[in-house]
Every structure is written in C-alpha cells, then in structure tokens.
Design a protein around this ligand. Structure first.
Ligand code: ZN
Length: 305
C-alpha cells in the first residue's frame, strides 16, 4: 500500500512545485488513518501565504476543538503544493456515505484533504490554480491507486452544509480523469478577460458586487499568480499586459472611467504590495502608476456597436 509520505518526488515529476513543511512525513493527529480518497476544500480566506499554511499545519483552531494539521496538502493560488502532514488531519469532520467505498462516519480516517488557498464566493478560479488542482488530485490518485471517482468535494461529503470548493465537482472529476489518462487540456480555462465577458453576458450583479469588482478580482488573482513567480525584471510589463486585457474586455461597454479606476486601484495595488511585498520589487506607487497609465486611455475605446 503506497504511503502519502513518499509522494513528493512523484508530484515534482508531474511538474508541480512542491514545498515540504518540516516534519510533514510523520505529522499526524491521534487516531486511525486509512485513506481511500481525495477531498477538495478551499480555505475561504484571502491569504496566499506560507505563513497561513504554517498556521493550518502547526496551530489550527484548538479553541474550537480542531487543532492542526487541518489538511495533508495545501495549494496556493500560484500553484505551489505544500505538503503539511502525511498522517491524519482535521479537515473532513463527519461524512455521509458515497458510492460503495466511502462509509458514513469519520471522514478524517478515510480521506486525504487538500486546502486550496481561495476565498470562495465570487473569486474566480484562475487557470494557474485550477489546473494545478486537477494535476495534484490526478497525481495523488495515481500514486495511491485510487480512481477519479474517489475525488470528492467537501460540499459533497459534509453533513453541516459546507460549500467548498466552489467549482463543479462533476467537471472537476472529469478533468481529473482526463489528467490521469494524460489528456487534460489546460487551455480550456477562462482568462480574466473571458471571465469578464461571461459575467457581462450573464448579466446583472452577483452577491452585491458590481461587474467591475468581479473583473478586478479575476485580474488580481491572475496577477498574483504571475507576480509571485516573477522576481526579476518585467513585472510592470506583465501587470500592464493583464490590465490591457481589462481595457480590451471593456471596450464598447459604457464604463465610468473614474469609477473603474477608483475600484481597480485599491483592489489591484494593495494585495500585490501587501501580500507579495519585496518579492516583486515594486513600490505601491509604481504599481498604481502602471494601472493608471492603462486606465488613462480607456476613453479611447471604440463606441458601442
Ligand atoms: Zn472544507
């Protein structure tokens, strides 16, 4: 029987970026652990940092009776796979019975949990994040000898109304099955500009958010994924390219430029600067200036057709 503790080389061979937290191979909660499936979660938080993963691993929520580790694996928006614990973790709670393999009762005995660093709600799943999630689940399944049907979402097993993860689990399982067969096509995912177009076609507002706010979120996390991986030159170029995609996407739409700038600048600048800090080598002023340069030409967009 394969042991999760030996999976790191296989994940790296699959092309994933892997960070092993100290002691992860022997970290466990007390109690039984005989996993037969992969349970996908999201954290419901905005953090994308190692320190958050360390908190989930070493601390958790002891005051609520659920000390860490809160997952075996964590997955950042930049596609980094963190290995937190190879043994039992506090992530699944009680589960319902599913298929002929998952028994009702102790989910933490039967499932390996992955916490994707993701806010849920209206935050889009970027291609970087989603594709890494598919590849991760597929690699874990193959290593452990599980079929794609043994990949579940917490919202499917929960008895307490959990909603994570927000993507469609049937689609995810189909993508995982394709990845296990070597035929998953990563380019199927929407770009931030496409997300905007889909949102516009869908019409109206969701969860009290304006379309512009939704677009900005899509762009933020796309930029996070890029900027976190780019620590040399060219950051401004990447940011400008993505912001230019916003401009192209809103071409022909009746947009209040001042309102757009007022919402985009804090949404784009603050997370980039505060979460990535010195790693990207940009000051807040430089990032804001780059965004304003592109937004400044919005009024040159073509008239609505
Ligand atoms: Zn969950």
């Amino acid at each position: 029987m394969p042991s999760l503790a030996n999976i790191a080389p296989t994940l790296r061979a699959a092309g994933l970026t892997v960070v092993e937290l100290p002691g992860w191979r022997t970290r466990t909660r007390p109690g039984s652990h005989a996993p037969k499936g992969f349970l996908a979660h999201h954290t419901a938080g905005s953090s994308d940092s190692l320190s958050y993963v360390e908190w989930m691993t070493y601390v958790g929520r002891p005051s609520e009776g659920i000390p860490g580790p809160l997952c075996q694996i964590a997955l950042s928006r930049t596609g980094i796979v963190y290995l937190c614990a190879a043994g039992r973790a506090n992530h699944a709670g009680k589960t319902r019975a599913i298929g002929n393999w998952l028994q009702a009762g102790d989910g933490n005995t039967q499932l390996i949990g992955c916490e994707a660093l993701h806010r849920g709600g209206t935050e889009p799943w970027t291609p970087t994040h989603y594709n890494a999630y598919v590849k991760l689940a597929a690699t874990v399944n193959k290593f452990m000898g599980w079929p794609a049907s043994h990949t579940l979402g917490h919202k499917e097993t929960s008895l307490t109304g959990k909603v994570d993860p927000t993507f469609n689990m049937n689609t995810f399982r189909a993508n995982v099955a394709s990845a296990m067969a070597g035929s998953f096509e990563e380019e199927d995912m929407a770009t931030p500009a496409e997300l905007w177009t889909q949102y516009r076609i869908g019409g109206g507002e969701a969860d009290g958010q304006t379309p512009i706010t939704t677009l900005a979120q899509a762009s933020i996390y796309s930029n996070h994924a890029r900027l976190a991986l780019i620590t040399q030159a060219g950051q401004i170029t990447k940011l400008l390219a993505d912001t230019a995609a916003i401009k192209a996407a809103v071409a022909g739409v009746d947009v209040d430029e001042a309102a757009l700038a007022a919402q985009l600048v804090p949404l784009l600048v603050e997370p980039i600067v505060t979460e990535l800090g010195d790693a990207v080598g940009l000051t807040e002023e430089e990032v804001e200036a780059a965004i304003r340069r592109v937004l400044g030409s919005l009024d040159n967009a073509p008239a609505p057709s």
